[in-house]
Write a new protein. Structure first.
Length: 350
């Protein structure tokens, strides 16, 4: 019973790679290193696909992306070829850990776990994640928590623009967001809780923006560049903030530092739709200019077997009869076509 009453704090570092945490940065992250050395640690396999949505909610529900029906940030509308909707908490129908313990009267504080917008009712407090449209949205449970937070800290900062050329602006805003969110965590941690979970999206953003400046094997790396240690400095800042929170947390609290997926250098790209065209799976009505986005291409859907959405993991869809408007393949043949795509020969009948 005593064991059951211990509190659990989960701090999520989005996209934190084992290489950085366990090796490259370890000696410069004293608080995280202490947890590694004095506790248990492991390099674990992420979800398939290994991306922010659905990986975090898979972790929190114990369900695979297939069981959840969540495969990414964007989801294709049923029957449509290009129209999509944004994933949200409404798509999560499986109970999360905070739902399970809430039934038993345990209180949770949940901050920034994707996808938790719009926030749902829980036994405790919730602040939604980076998919929240803006601080003007209703992003807390209970509703009055929003005013309580903003009266003390100002408008909530959910995310930063990181795919921009102004790197100094990215740095400034990332540090501001991180400072803001950790202050909120410190404040909320003073309330009564049994589970406190916070996901920091900043580790993902800093890597997207600055990996090529840090990684000596990256084709764009220049020795001695201005941003060579930006990622390290950010991790050191996060480590300091984690240390401050741990100091104020009861000693018997179980602390977990977790990540949803890793990161690595990216050199070049594979054009999935060009490959599908060359293999005869994707048919065009007319030749397209190189680099034409798939949603602008003139596609002959009546002869197309498969098409992709690109991105980090291709998102290949099959054009199935009685599901898509101009479906081509029979439902019973779907698995055969999946096998064909995996083994990559030309289709049987193109």
């Amino acid at each position: 019973e005593e064991e059951m009453s211990r509190r659990l704090m989960i701090i999520g570092l989005d996209a934190a790679p084992p290489r950085l945490i366990y090796h490259d940065f370890k000696d410069q992250l004293p608080n995280i290193s202490t947890l590694i050395d004095e506790g248990s640690h492991a390099e674990m396999r992420s979800t398939d696909p290994p991306i922010t949505i659905p990986a975090w909610i898979s972790m929190m529900t114990g369900k695979t992306p297939g069981e959840l029906g969540l495969y990414g940030f964007r989801h294709r509308k049923p029957g449509e070829y290009q129209d999509y909707y944004i994933a949200s908490s409404r798509r999560v129908r499986e109970p999360a850990i905070w739902d399970e313990i809430g039934i038993k009267g345990k209180k949770s504080i949940i901050v920034g776990v994707p996808p938790t917008y719009p926030p749902k009712k829980i036994n405790g407090y919730m602040i939604s994640c980076f998919i929240t449209p803006s601080h003007k949205s209703q992003y807390t449970y209970p509703k009055q928590l929003k005013n309580e937070i903003e009266d003390r800290f100002g408008p909530y900062i959910f995310d930063v623009l990181f795919r921009i050329e102004d790197r100094d602006k990215v740095i400034k805003e990332l540090w501001q967001m991180t400072e803001y969110q950790f202050k909120v965590i410190e404040y909320l941690a003073k309330k009564k809780w049994d589970l406190l979970t916070y996901v920091n999206i900043g580790t993902d953003r800093i890597q997207h923006a600055f990996w090529g400046y840090m990684d000596k094997e990256h084709h764009k790396y220049t020795p001695g560049n201005k941003y060579e240690e930006t990622i390290l400095e950010y991790y050191k800042d996060v480590d300091r903030k984690i240390g401050e929170i741990i100091k104020k947390t009861p000693k018997d609290t179980v602390i977990m530092i977790v990540s949803d997926h890793g990161a690595k250098r990216m050199k070049g790209a594979f054009s999935i739709n060009q490959w599908l065209i060359e293999k005869g799976y994707l048919k065009l009505l007319e030749k397209q200019k190189e680099g034409t986005p798939i949603n602008e291409a003139k596609i002959d859907w009546r002869k197309t077997i498969a098409w992709g959405w690109g991105g980090y993991y291709a998102r290949i869809f099959l054009n199935q009869k009685n599901r898509e408007k101009n479906g081509v393949i029979e439902e019973e043949d779907r698995e055969d076509y999946i096998c064909l795509l995996y083994t990559s020969p030309s289709p049987r009948d193109s």
